[in-house]
Design a protein. Structure first.
Length: 759
């Protein structure tokens, strides 16, 4: 944001309005510093864009704020050249007097309304005002058929301004306005949508605060106009005649591909817009080159603004979405193109930075770096001429200096001094290019740039920062502690380089970046011990003819020292596994699968996959053992198969088994290198043949036992069925009678033998 003095015209309006506010109140003005009333108001605008007119209604509640006088009249504000003005109080039409301030320049019209009865202290009354606004052209209001662009009038502090624009129009509101969360049915039915404008500065600067935006879209009272007594709401445009639409678009080739550049402007400022668009098209690729990292979004949108000068600004960049507001006001010696390029530079130097001297200083740096190639002569801020000595770290942080030219000038100058100190623009771009490496670390602070500048250049930046940024009395001792820690880390860095290890262990780097220096000495000592152990492991690997592994090199700067120590221990274990496997496989055939796995283990070791190298080394040994065992087992199985002759018992023992098929499967597994399966399958075949007779005997014995059990069972069953044997006397214990008893000649009950003998 480029902070400037307010536009002279609006300043004159503000002075005129302040001097007029008391004159109609009927209250004494001597010594007064505030208005004699409080007011809360809602102004409603209905834009008839095709016809070039608008209708306005105002609801205002006034409270007499003085304690010793009645309030006889109040001020209301209307758009310039207001027509058919009528003010009512409880349905009664009040006497009014219209006092245009300056219709030619678009100043609001002051309306003095005499109350029906004087308003007692601390009491309230409600007024309603209606009026019409005709077509006109001025500095601040341009209304014509098919196009309306205007700074809308509010009632000052305590106001909401509601604007109904045609849905079919090309509507553009500056960020001080929001589409209302609830659209009234009558508004929507008439083909309009309603926007609300409250405290323009609050809403505009808070575009990335979703909660704030939602609250203000609901017209929450906290969003009412409050910082400006002047009756100005935000600027808005609505166009229904497409020939009057203001939009320029182009595709700009950048590092990530084509990016859409768009400029939205008010058609009457065509010449201004063409100049800004040309500057933006030329500046974007040059800024990307200067900052060294890609523009991160798909679009860049510039919007002309008519209200920024009210808050003392000529530009605002919203870096979360690539949106920028550019004032159409140009001050002597300061071109709008310079402001445009400055705001574009904020797309690289914005919310990713911690504080104002960083983001404004780097935006100035970016603009001034590319300005010569764009034929822009930057504004001379003459910051050194003011005589201030305040350091950059105190900007908005304790310094009473509020002169923007001093701060912007000094912040921009610092980065050119920084660039020179670290060795020129090439190194400067190298530092800036690091800004987007890890967004998790955003926002980046002055310490980050000090660290990265020293990392890239090797130059001590203590004196530069003590001269420009930080107060020596408070910063010097910390910088001395930092210097000692960085020297220790620098020595470690240099030693690690001898092992082709680049960077610092993550725990050490985290403390360096966080400026936590007390633990650095112990951490560096531990890291040196790790390097000692690493050297022994490298020598151990070389002694065993292993290629050098890059496992540690891959993670040296991302692992903590403890994690790297564990990796080196695993690396030693992998070497042990590989050398042990090599010793066991000595003499193995060159085409042995075990040797192939061992070669794969060595390759994985060299590639840094230590865990897989260790696994493959163990697997090679296992494979060799399995191969030897499978070979012997196959030989035994083949021999047994060749000599086997099945006896009677053997044939019974081999029932439901197929050892020949198991042997064939073992041969296939062996040929395929699956020695564990080959061993298991050949052993199953061998066991089947070796145990055939024994298995046959066991099966026959089991069968005989089963037959015996069946025989005894049958006997037992027959005995149970022999019904005559149930009594010691041979008689049935059950009396004979009707039923199913079998008759017998000897008066005995029949037995199972009689079942087939009955007639």
């Amino acid at each position: 944001m480029d902070i400037r003095r307010r536009l002279a015209l609006l300043a004159l309006f503000a002075v005129a309005i302040s001097s007029l506010l008391w004159s109609a109140s009927g209250a004494p003005a001597a010594g007064a510093a505030v208005l004699p009333w409080n007011v809360a108001s809602e102004s409603y605008y209905r834009l008839d864009v095709p016809a070039g007119a608008m209708a306005v209604s105002v609801d205002a509640t006034f409270q007499n704020a003085v304690t010793n006088a009645d309030l006889k009249a109040v001020n209301l504000w209307a758009m310039p050249r207001a027509q058919d003005v009528q003010v009512t109080q409880d349905g009664a039409v009040l006497e009014t007097k219209l006092l245009p301030i300056n219709d030619v320049n678009g100043a609001p019209t002051r309306i003095i309304a005499t109350l029906a009865a004087p308003l007692k202290p601390n009491t309230r009354t409600k007024l309603q005002m209606t009026y019409a606004v005709p077509a006109q052209t001025s500095e601040l209001v341009r209304i014509e058929a098919g196009a309306t662009e205007a700074r809308f009038v509010s009632q000052g502090a305590g106001s909401f301004t509601f604007i109904d624009v045609p849905i079919s129009g090309d509507n553009f509101f500056e960020p001080g306005c929001l589409r209302t969360a609830e659209q009234p049915k009558d508004v929507a039915a008439a083909g309009f949508e309603r926007w609300v404008c409250g405290e323009a500065t609050l809403i505009a600067i808070g575009t990335e605060n979703k909660d704030l935006q939602a609250k203000c879209a609901r017209a929450d009272d906290s969003c009412r106009q409050r910082y400006d007594e002047s009756p100005f709401a935000a600027f808005a445009q609505s166009i229904t005649d497409t020939t009057k639409r203001g939009r320029l678009e182009a595709d700009i080739p950048l590092a990530r591909g084509n990016v859409k550049l768009r400029l939205l402007y008010f058609r009457t400022d065509e010449a201004w817009a063409q100049r800004q668009f040309a500057a933006a098209k030329a500046a974007l690729p040059k800024l990307e080159e200067a900052f060294g990292f890609p523009y991160p979004r798909d679009t860049v949108q510039l919007r002309e603004s008519h209200f920024l000068e009210n808050i003392g600004a000529l530009g605002i960049a919203f870096t979360e979405d690539g949106d920028m507001l550019i004032s159409n006001v140009e001050l002597p010696g300061l071109s709008a193109e310079e402001v445009t390029v400055h705001e574009l530079a904020h797309q690289w130097a914005g919310r990713n930075l911690e504080t104002s001297w960083l983001w404004e200083g780097l935006a100035e740096y970016g603009m001034r770096t590319v300005a010569p190639s764009l034929n822009i002569r930057p504004y001379d801020r003459k910051w050194e001429s003011f005589g201030f000595k305040d350091l950059l770290g105190n900007w908005f942080n304790g310094s009473p200096v509020r002169n923007p030219d001093y701060w912007y000038g000094k912040a921009g100058a610092f980065w050119f001094e920084y660039q020179k100190t670290i060795g020129g623009q090439v190194n400067m771009t190298r530092v800036l290019a690091l800004m987007d490496d890890d967004p998790k670390k955003w926002p980046l602070g002055g310490r980050w740039f000090m660290d990265r500048g020293e990392d890239v250049s090797g130059v001590n930046l203590d004196d530069l920062y003590l001269k420009w940024v930080w107060t020596p009395d408070t910063a010097k001792s910390l910088l001395e502690e930092r210097r000692a820690a960085r020297e220790l880390a620098k020595t470690l860095y240099a030693r690690a380089l001898t092992f082709d290890l680049i960077g610092q262990p993550a725990d050490i780097q985290a403390n360096l970046d966080g400026w936590e220096f007390r633990a650095i000495s112990a951490q560096v000592g531990k890291a040196n011990e790790v390097l000692d152990n690493y050297q022994r492991v490298l020598e151990y690997g070389q002694k065993n003819a292993l290629p050098q592994s890059d496992a540690v090199a891959k993670v040296w700067a991302t692992n903590t020292t403890t994690q790297t120590a564990a990796l080196i221990a695993a690396q030693r274990n992998a070497i042990d596994g590989i050398t042990s496997a090599a010793a066991r496989l000595k003499g193995a055939p060159p085409d042995s699968p075990s040797l192939k796995q061992l070669d794969e283990a060595r390759a994985k070791y060299a590639a840094g996959d230590i865990a897989e190298a260790k696994r493959l080394a163990g697997s090679a040994t296992t494979t060799a053992f399995n191969q030897q065992a499978a070979t012997k087992m196959l030989e035994l199985a083949r021999a047994e198969h060749a000599s086997f002759s099945a006896s009677f018992f053997g044939r019974i023992g081999l029932m439901f088994q197929d050892p020949a098929a198991d042997l064939a499967a073992a041969e296939t597994s062996y040929a395929g290198g699956d020695y564990a399966a080959a061993f298991k399958q050949s052993r199953a075949a061998l066991d089947a043949w070796n145990n055939a007779d024994a298995s046959g005997l066991k099966r026959l014995a089991a069968l005989a036992g089963l037959m015996s059990v069946l025989t005894v069972g049958a006997w037992w069953l027959i005995r149970k069925l022999d019904l005559g044997g149930g009594s010691p006397s041979g008689r049935s214990p059950v009396a004979r009678g009707p039923g199913h008893a079998l008759p017998s000649a000897d008066d005995r009950r029949g037995t199972w033998r009689d079942w087939e003998n009955t007639k």
